[in-house]
Design a protein around this ligand. Structure first.
Ligand code: GDP
Length: 314
């Protein structure tokens, strides 16, 4: 049934990107689909290495995800966090009991010397995810958020503990200079027939991926359709701080700001049908209903991406 024979590479963060990943996984055979995931949100917590975006993608593709939140495992319990509370801790990052198993396994395998790419290959395989889910790099990179109210915060401190309310002054990617393009990421990009930037936060989720030294240039050099799906609809974010950050960093809230941010990297853009009338120089663009609030709409957007790009030469 899955007849797509092109190799598709999708760049994503977590929840927003996971919806498109799930749609693509329904229409692209697993051997032709690779997902490159932001790891700038990764952090250490109670001695565990936590990779929120990689896990959101993995749980979504493995059919385990809590569909209400968009992250975590459906039906997971919080006995471990409750026990930590009894010990006097005030856990602020929600970790379900089953979810903790993922972090335990990942941490122990990393400490035994495996790369994050190898660890994620093992976890995805065990959960029945057959496409490749790749970290953007194996070396640790940490997004830090410089805020007006609290100075520089660790990403999860900003995003979860402070619920992304502080005013962002600047973003910094600690360790990015040591990040390298892994063999798996290079192979996927060099063999891609279609590269898609998912509807993820351009500044928080996609910027870290494109900042891995050489990766943006490698993507831009591929003579294939390289299409971003809009992360804003009618001037608003579906969820999260995309528009708030855009404003705080001094940009105009507009689709042109998003395409300008991806300038040179993308050659195509999918605009939401609500923004009919938008116009872009130097880009192929297409209007489509991009709000993926059902399985059908995820699949429809994935199918549109494939059919729209099948007959254009970049
Ligand atoms: P992440 O950056 O991939 O972790 O995802 P989030 O769920 O935090 O959302 C980030 C961006 O994706 C925001 O700008 C949202 O507006 C956008 N987004 C989330 N869901 C959708 C959707 O269904 N359609 C579109 N077009 N954008 C979405």
């Amino acid at each position: 049934m899955l007849v797509e024979s092109r190799n598709v590479v999708l760049l994503v963060g977590g929840v927003g990107g996971a919806k498109l990943a799930a749609g693509l996984a329904r229409v692209v055979p697993p051997e032709h689909l690779t997902i490159i995931v932001n790891t700038g949100d990764d952090f250490w917590h109670y001695g565990l290495r936590i990779c929120p975006d990689l896990d959101t993608i993995t749980y979504t593709l493995g059919g385990l995800v809590d569909r209400v939140n968009g992250w975590g495992i459906a039906g997971d319990t919080t006995a471990t966090l409750d026990a930590l509370g009894r010990l006097g801790e005030k856990p602020w990052f929600r970790l379900g009991d089953q979810d903790i198993a993922t972090h335990l396994l990942r941490t122990s395998r990393l400490q035994a010397g495996e790369s994050l790419t190898q660890v994620m290959a093992a976890i995805t395989a065990a959960l029945g995810v057959r496409c490749r889910v790749l970290p953007m790099a194996d070396e640790p990179v940490a997004t830090r958020v410089d805020t007006v109210e609290h100075g520089e915060l660790d990403f999860q401190d900003y995003f979860v503990r402070h619920r992304w309310q502080p005013t962002v002054r600047a973003l910094r990617l600690a360790g990015i200079e040591h990040a390298t393009i892994s063999a798996a990421v290079r192979h996927a990009v060099e063999n891609a027939d279609l590269i898609v930037i998912g509807p993820s936060n351009p500044w928080l989720s996609i910027q870290p991926i494109l900042s891995v030294p050489g990766l943006r240039q490698l993507i831009a050099a591929q003579p294939v359709p390289r299409v971003a799906v809009t992360p804003i609809i009618g001037g608003q974010a579906v969820k999260g701080p995309t528009v708030k950050i855009m404003r705080e960093l001094g940009y105009t809230v507009s689709l042109e700001t998003v395409t300008g941010f991806y300038k040179g990297t993308i050659n195509g853009f999918i605009v939401d049908a609500q923004d009919q009338g938008a116009d872009f120089d130097d880009l192929q663009f297409s209007f489509f209903d991009t709000l993926m609030n059902s399985d059908e709409k995820r699949i429809a957007l994935a199918e549109h991406l494939l059919s729209w790009t099948s007959d254009w030469i970049s």
